[in-house]
Ligand binder design. Sequence first.
Ligand code: HEC
Length: 102
Amino acid sequence: MAAPAGEIDAALAGQGEGYFTSKGCTGCHTMTEERLIGPGLQGVTERRPFEWVVAMVTNPDSMLANDEAAQALYAEYETPMVNMGVTQEEARALYEYLRSHE
Ligand code: HEC
């Protein structure tokens, strides 16, 4: 998957917003800077590369086992991000939604 750039695809971001609710992301994340169980996700697409965000969303277990930045977050939040069974396609839509909150 190529890293998205340029204008937000509003339809895709809308789909992502739907997944953000239906997949239960809202239980642990706000779209502001406010911390819940996990970090507030406003600006996350500026702090992290596209591939990193997709990997964190589709395969958090592997990220927590192998990725230093994910491990540092875990040390801070003391809760693992759980695997929500997100597909690559869903992750792409979620990313577009996150990208609309930079
Ligand atoms: C059970 C709580 C929980 C759920 C549900 C959850 N997350 Fe997380 N998430 C976390 C925690 C806690 C972290 C911090 C890293 C860690 O400790 O694993 C995190 C980290 C992240 C990060 C990296 C944040 C940063 O600042 O770099 C992203 C992006 C993210 N989650 C997206 C999602 C999306 C999208 C969903 C829904 C598919 C989701 N999360 C569902 C708890 C959760």
